[in-house]
Design a protein around this ligand. Sequence first.
Ligand code: FES
Length: 112
Amino acid sequence: MKWYKIPGIENSDKPFIKKVKAGSKSVCLVGYEGKIFALSAKCPHAGGDLSAGWCKDDKLICPLHRYSYDIHTGKGSTGQNDYVDVFPVEVRGDGIYIGVEGFWEKIKKGFS
Ligand code: FES
């Protein structure tokens, strides 16, 4: 797993939603109830920008058609049958980091 430092983000209790880059991935970084979550920024329904959405009841809601995704697991709400990728977040002494698995790491995991 490769870790990417995300500039311009501070660890605080203030809620926020911001689109950032972690390597080649567009990530929606969500500050929610004092924790930071990282989900894919592209909605799987029709490509909406999840970073333009909002959070409610631990779900990130897409602004286009209101599909919603669990900020912990990325799982779509009942009846959607979809999900968004989630990424691990580490708050380190020098900033916020997002972990991204490489292609081969994902393949290896699939066989283990
Ligand atoms: S594009 Fe996100 S709900 Fe339709």
